[in-house]
Design a protein around this ligand. Structure first.
Ligand SMILES: [Zn+2]
Length: 120
């Protein structure tokens, strides 16, 4: 964890509140989102991901995308080129399946390019 982005995220982190029924705390900012992992999804481009969720406070995306090929619709597994404004950074923590089994990928990405700005 080497980037200033992590510091920025830490600043907004709050102590985890008591998790309401069906809610989940964001792994980036600890905001407890009021929906469950099964009742709300995420649009990326023209595609709907039923098991991915965006934090209502920081916009971090978390959840299950399906297969490796589906992952690139949310976060392309490529480094972002050039500068990314801090306001365009979003956290991601996503699980996907490949022929080798289940995987987790997490870090920060540029919401405009959907490319990775930082891993971990
Ligand atoms: Zn959050």
């Amino acid at each position: 964890m080497t980037s200033k982005n992590w510091v920025a995220a830490s600043k907004v982190a709050q102590p985890a509140a008591v998790e309401p029924e069906g809610g989940f705390p964001c792994r980036a900012c600890a905001h407890v989102n009021p929906y469950s992992h099964t009742d709300k999804g995420y649009w990326a481009g023209n595609r709907f991901y039923p098991h991915v969720f965006a934090c209502q406070r920081c916009g971090g995306v978390q959840g299950e995308v399906g297969y490796l090929g589906d992952l690139s619709g949310v976060v392309k597994q490529e480094w972002d080129q050039g500068e990314c404004a801090e306001s365009d950074q979003r956290y991601f923590d996503l699980n996907y399946i490949s022929s080798q089994g289940e995987h987790r990928t997490h870090g920060w990405f540029n919401i405009k390019t959907r490319r990775i700005t930082q891993t971990g």
